[in-house]
Each structure stands twice: as structure tokens, then as C-alpha cells.
Design a protein around this ligand. Structure first.
Ligand SMILES: Nc1nc2c(ncn2[C@@H]2O[C@H](COP(=O)(O)OP(=O)(O)O)[C@@H](O)[C@H]2O)c(=O)[nH]1
Ligand SMILES: [Mg+2]
Length: 443
């Protein structure tokens, strides 16, 4: 879907190939080419202007990475800017500490709200949550029917509103929340009415819902196929209702990726998921870094840049090592660490950062080869959040499920857990020793 932008960027690279370094003169041409590339990719004009200013500033100023050619430098700057807008890490859904959490989905008609209600409810169900679907389209009874059918298909509970109830929304909303509380439903996934264009009546209705419910998440559903229209209406919803997150739908089509960048930049709110198909499992957590690489579409260049950045990577690894020593170490960290290792290409560098000898002597004996890192990642990906946070609950049947989900033998799941627990134990010991050594010695 983002081929065009990559093509354009390739042209920039080609142009720069002949240039020894970036100068005021050739930078103008580069900026012109980049501007075209982004505008064509449907990135909002204001965002492009912003971008340009930043790139200009950095291109002439950035401490030159000696190992990078001018074109690679430009790509690096562009990538950094894109990640700067999209954020570095995926952002999680907020859940309320006093359930039920309320997720209110808003957006224009046809953007995919009702479908996404189903997708989102199914997704949180996999987090061992107990979602309740509610449709609050006061004008169209057919909207109720649509969500009801989805709930039946997905085998998820649905709260059906009668005509009389719809006439007095204040009471009903309070009843629904009470009902959810009593029955232990969490979150409440609320579908709302849409219009083809934003009008005051709709905004009034949504504001009323928001004021009564005080939702944990107000999620804007944006159709990425509509490009700048989705961006404009996102901005209006943000101004009139206030948003907490964004879900972009229909990214499976030939949408240009600019909408993603622009929506985040204009609203300042993170994209948390993307819809990539009509089916209810076509729903993915949004990974900003992957999106950035996809927009750039240049795997080989990126890896070159990443090599040049190893210094920084090492610093990150050092921080991780510190966390390890402090033993705030979960499977989630373990996974991050594996990703890190994969990026660095070898385990030895990481191991060098750990204090040598003592309890860490055995770490190097843990045979994690590179392929295994991939398998381990797949295994951890197949675990639920609860399992990652509390691996002790992973019993035999869970192990079997995780094995099936990741396509790896159970023995490998066992091995991963064993290594994780061993590592954790070692952290504990070293922590304990440090504690001992810091105690005042009595003479
Ligand atoms: N290809 C594709 N179609 C989608 C996606 N999400 C929703 N749709 C389709 O978009 C149309 C409108 O969706 P709907 O949920 O009724 O939109 P609403 O009016 O905002 O409630 C339906 O035909 C959906 O199947 C997606 O991620 N990819
Ligand atoms: Mg709908």
C-alpha cells in the first residue's frame, strides 16, 4: 500500500548517490523531492511542512555518522522523524481500575465502527476479559440489529435496548453500567451513531454519552481509505468530543499510509490498533516502528542504519542489564531482550555487559542460538498478557495451547520457561549479594 512513497524515496537516494555530502544546495532538491513524496502519500500538508523544517535542521547539523552515506543519512533522519510522530512503542488500551471500563467508539458512518466494536470485543476477550457490547445509535434501530448479529456470531454478550429505553438515554446508560458491574462485564464496548458528515446533532448526542458515561477510552475509528477526510474529521472529533486513541480501519486496501502519520500528528493521539480486513480476526495491534519501516519500505537500508546505531543499541542493552540486576524482570522484558538481541545480531555482546563471574558465570552457557530467538519470540507472542506477567500460572494445558499457537513443540515452551526462571533466579541471587555487600560490616 505504501509502495509509492518508497519509490519516491528511492529516487531521493539515487539523486544523493552522486553527492559526496549534504550541502545547502543539494538539500533544497532533496527537500523538494521529499515534499512531493509525502504529499503524494497523502500526508497532511501541515505535517509535511513541519517535517521539512525538522529535516532541514537535522540534515545540516546531525553529527555525521561516518559509516553512512548522505542518502542513508537522509533516510535515517526521515525514519527518525516518522518514528518521532508515531511514537516508539505500541500503546496499550487503558482499563479502568474500577470496572467496568467503557470504550466508546466514534467516527463517521461507514468508517467501520460497528465492525470494530466486534473486533475489539473479541480481542479483549482473549485478554481474559468479559466484554459487553452495546449499541447506542438512537436514530437507527437497524444499527442495533447489526451489532446484535455480530455479537451472536462471535458468541459475545450483547445488551439489547428496547424502543422505550432509547427514549430516555440517561436512565438507560446508568442501568447498563449497573448491570455490567453486577454481572462482572468489563469492558463495555459502546457503538455510537455515525453520519456521513459531522453535524451538530451528532456531536450533541456524543457529548451527552460522554458526559454521562465518562468513558475510559474514546476511540476514533478512521477509514484509512478516505485519507485526508479521515484526518479532518478526526481533528473535529478531537476538538468537540475529545479522543484518547485511534483505530485505523481498511489498511488492507490500497490506502496510502499518509493518513496514519497525519492523524497522529494532527490529533496528538496514538493509534492503538489497525483493521486489515472485513473478518473479525483481521485486527492487529499497531506497531509504530513497523509502520515506519513499512512507510520507508527499505529493509536493507534500514539494517545498515541500524548497524551504525549499534552504539545506541548497546546503551539500551545496558539499561536492560540494569533492570535484570534489579530483578524487575518479566517475560515481557525477556521478549524485549530477545528482540534486542536479534537486532544486535549476537548474544555475546549482550552477555559482555553482564558482570562476569559469580552467579552470571552460567549465563553464557545458556544456549540461545539466533534461530531459537525467533522461536522464543513466537512462543511468548502466543501467551496472554496475564501469562507473561505471571509465568507461574502457565501449567500443562496452557503450555500445550501456547505450543499449538506458536507452532513450536511443548518441549521448547518448557525450555523457554526454564531458562526464564533460571535467569530470574540468578538476578535474584545477584541482587541479594549486592544487598549483603552494602550492609555495614560490624567489627
Ligand atoms: N476491508 C476492510 N473492510 C472493513 C474494515 N473494517 C470495516 N470494514 C467494512 O466497512 C464497511 C462499514 O463498516 P461498519 O462497521 O458498518 O461501519 P460503521 O458505519 O462505522 O458502523 C463494512 O462493509 C465493513 O465490512 C477493514 O479493516 N477492512
Ligand atoms: Mg455502524
Amino acid at each position: 500500500m505504501l509502495d509509492q512513497l518508497s519509490d519516491r524515496l528511492q529516487r531521493v537516494m539515487k539523486f544523493l548517490r552522486g553527492e559526496g555530502k549534504i550541502t545547502e544546495d543539494n538539500l533544497d532538491e532533496v527537500l523538494r523531492m521529499l515534499r512531493m513524496a509525502f504529499l503524494e502519500a497523502d500526508v497532511n500538508y501541515r505535517v509535511v511542512k513541519d517535517f521539512e523544517a525538522k529535516i532541514k535542521e537535522k540534515a545540516l547539523d546531525e553529527k555525521v555518522m561516518l559509516s553512512l552515506t548522505p542518502s542513508q543519512q537522509v533516510i535515517k533522519i526521515v525514519r527518525d522523524e516518522i518514528t518521532g510522530i508515531l511514537g516508539q512503542e505500541e500503546k496499550k488500551l487503558n482499563f479502568s481500575s474500577s470496572p467496568p471500563s467503557i470504550f466508546m467508539l466514534v467516527g463517521l458512518q461507514g468508517s467501520g465502527k460497528t465492525t470494530t466494536c466486534g473486533k475489539l470485543a473479541k480481542w479483549v476477550k482473549n485478554l481474559q476479559k468479559n466484554p459487553l457490547l452495546v449499541s447506542f445509535d438512537l436514530k437507527r434501530p437497524a444499527a442495533q440489529e447489526q451489532l446484535k448479529m455480530i455479537s451472536q456470531m462471535l458468541n459475545l454478550p450483547f445488551y439489547e435496548l428496547s424502543k422505550e429505553q432509547m427514549a430516555s438515554p440517561h436512565e438507560v446508560l446508568k442501568d447498563i453500567v449497573k448491570h455490567a458491574k453486577n454481572k462482572g462485564y468489563d469492558p463495555l464496548v459502546l457503538d455510537t451513531a455515525g453520519r456521513l458528515h459531522i453535524d451538530e446533532e451528532l456531536m450533541e448526542e456524543l457529548r451527552m454519552l460522554r458526559d454521562i458515561l465518562n468513558p475510559t477510552e474514546v476511540i476514533y475509528i478512521g477509514d484509512s481509505m478516505t485519507g485526508q477526510d479521515a484526518v479532518k474529521s478526526a481533528q473535529l472529533f478531537e476538538e468537540r468530543i475529545g479522543l484518547t486513541s485511534i483505530i485505523l480501519t481498511k489498511l488492507d486496501g490500497d490506502a496510502r499510509g499518509g493518513a496514519a502519520l497525519s492523524i497522529v500528528s494532527v490529533t496528538g493521539k496514538p493509534i492503538k490498533f489497525v483493521g486489515v480486513g472485513e473478518k473479525f480476526d483481521k485486527f492487529e495491534v499497531f506497531h509504530p516502528d513497523r509502520m515506519a519501516s513499512r512507510i520507508l519500505g527499505m529493509g536493507d537500508v534500514i539494517s545498515l542504519i541500524e548497524k551504525a546505531e549499534k552504539e545506541t543499541d548497546l546503551k539500551e542493552a545496558e539499561e536492560l542489564a540494569q533492570r535484570l540486576r534489579k530483578q524487575e524482570f518479566t517475560l515481557e522484558d525477556f521478549q524485549k531482550q530477545l528482540t534486542q538481541l536479534k537486532k544486535m545480531g549476537s548474544l555475546s555482546q549482550f552477555l559482555n555487559l553482564l558482570p562476569t563471574g559469580g552467579v552470571f558465570k552460567n549465563v553464557s552457557k545458556m544456549n540461545i542460538d539466533d534461530r531459537k530467538i525467533l522461536y522464543f519470540e513466537a512462543i511468548i507472542n502466543s501467551m496472554t498478557v496475564r501469562e507473561r506477567e505471571n509465568p507461574k500460572i502457565i501449567n500443562g494445558s496452557r503450555r500445550a495451547r501456547i505450543g499449538r499457537g506458536s507452532g513450536r513443540p511443548v518441549s521448547e515452551v518448557n525450555q523457554l520457561l526454564k531458562q526464564f526462571f533460571e535467569m530470574k533466579k540468578m538476578m535474584k541471587k545477584s541482587h541479594f549479594q549486592k544487598l549483603l555487600s552494602s550492609l555495614p560490616v560490624s567489627h
